[in-house]
Design a protein around this ligand. Structure first.
Ligand SMILES: [Ca+2]
Ligand SMILES: [Ca+2]
Ligand SMILES: [Ca+2]
Ligand SMILES: [Ca+2]
Length: 426
């Protein structure tokens, strides 16, 4: 674990009065490299608030219309406006290894959001102070972590992590103690995923509706998804494995049919589609229910109820199209492409500007930036790019500084590794 420094330059201060565009995120990161996982240390960071905030914005009405009051808002003046998008100069948190996966949660139960980082040498945990500062917490040496997810995986009340490793046929559950520290459990074998495997993404939820969290993992090399169901607390049975298209990479869970059980969406790069699968009680496995066409080369997918109609919608990071696809769930899924920027690799859904409408954040591996697409129902504003560290391949969102506005973390798969934190600064 290392120090936190400014990435440089104002991270962003934009106001987009209208237009179209789009992005989304959630997806699989992948990378590998070397680095030192030096164990927990005590570096502390605080937001660097000293950068210039030169852009101005114009206050819009909360309806999202283009009418204005004429009052100027400035990034950093503490007065947020609808569609105002301001970030403090980004902090760089170096884990001294290329980072490939992020998982935000309150791991120590203090009410402040924390962040787990999966990197080439294992796991690092940053404990948030709720005001935008972090202390380096636990660090675990593990085989290179390519994907990470949070859940209740050992039967106690503390949040746990599950990590997928490159070139390996196992997962590691890091059992949370509840104070921000973790104990790695014995590796879990993934049925039908012999080396060389390439676990690209993880999803955790209670797929079989028996009251405990289960794990789904995508193997990009054998083009299959695998489900591991929790039996006795902390024990997982490799219960299902099935094909998910030619080149799967990202996974998201949501409710995509008309029952109440969680379903899966797996992005298929070769097929430019999202494969939808539902859990079948009868067979205790997943079955394909639909294939949603998206843009070229989706690398990742995310699911949430974007339009507020009570059903989950989908977003994909279309890496070969420099765009995202937003597929609203109506009578089936129909996708609309939105330009995002160079080489989308991951996508996340969150309300970034705190207007009660979900927005989309995309990692742009080809632009060393994330793109934010704000929702302005019934449409989307044009993507706004905010600089990150090199080669961002995984992103996470949350409110680390407690101001109600969405913050963004972007993992760097570049040689120097690290995570760029973009904290809101209205
Ligand atoms: Ca916490
Ligand atoms: Ca379960
Ligand atoms: Ca919003
Ligand atoms: Ca915030």
């Amino acid at each position: 674990m290392g120090v936190v420094v400014g990435v440089g330059g104002p991270a962003g201060c934009k106001h987009e009065p209208g237009g179209t565009g789009g992005e989304s995120s959630t997806g699989a990161g992948s990378s590998s490299s070397t680095g030192a996982d030096s164990g927990s240390s005590s570096s502390t960071t605080t937001p660097d608030d000293t950068g210039p905030h030169t852009s101005t914005t114009t206050l819009e009405t909360s309806s999202g219309s283009s009418s204005t009051t004429g009052e100027e808002l400035h990034c950093g003046d503490g007065r947020g406006g609808v569609h105002e998008l301001c970030f403090a100069p980004s902090q760089a948190i170096f884990v001294e290894a290329p980072a490939a996966a992020l998982a935000p949660a309150d791991f120590d139960g203090d009410g402040a959001l924390d962040l787990a980082i999966g990197h080439a040498d294992g796991l690092a945990v940053l404990l948030g102070d709720g005001a935008g500062g972090f202390v380096h917490g636990d660090a675990l040496g593990l085989p290179g972590v390519l994907a990470l997810a949070v859940g209740q995986l050992d039967g106690d009340d503390a949040l746990d992590l599950v990590a997928a490793h490159g070139d390996d046929d196992t997962l590691t559950v890091a059992a949370g103690v509840g104070d921000g520290t973790f104990v790695p459990m014995a590796p879990i074998a993934i049925l039908g995923m012999p080396p060389p495997a390439s676990p690209a993404a993880l999803a955790v939820t209670d797929f079989d509706d028996d009251g405990d969290d289960d794990i789904a993992v995508v193997d990009a090399l054998d083009a299959r998804a695998h489900a591991l169901f929790q039996g006795p607390p902390g024990e997982f049975v490799a219960g299902w494995s099935g094909p998910v298209g030619g080149s799967p990479g990202g996974i998201a869970h949501g409710r995509f049919d008309d029952d109440t059980l969680p379903d899966l969406a797996v992005s298929n790069r070769a097929g430019s589609s999202l494969a939808l699968l539902r859990f079948d009680d009868g067979t205790s496995g997943f079955e394909a229910i639909d294939s949603v066409l998206v843009g070229a080369g989706p690398r990742a997918a995310a699911a949430a109820d974007l339009d507020g109609d009570g059903t989950d919608d989908l977003v994909s990071a279309d890496g070969d199209d420099d765009s995202i696809s937003i597929a609203l769930h109506g009578d089936g899924f129909a996708h609309v492409a939105h330009p995002a920027g160079a080489q989308p690799r991951d996508v996340a859904i969150a309300d970034i500007d705190n207007d009660d409408q979900l927005d989309v954040v995309v990692a742009l591996a080809g632009a060393n930036a994330v793109a934010v697409l704000l929702q302005d129902q019934p449409g989307w504003l044009a993507a706004v790019a905010v600089p990150t560290l090199a080669l961002p391949t995984a992103i996470a969102t949350g409110d680390w500084n407690g101001d109600g506005l969405g913050d963004i973390a972007a993992a760097s798969a570049g040689r120097a590794g690290g995570v760029a934190l973009l904290l809101s600064d209205p």
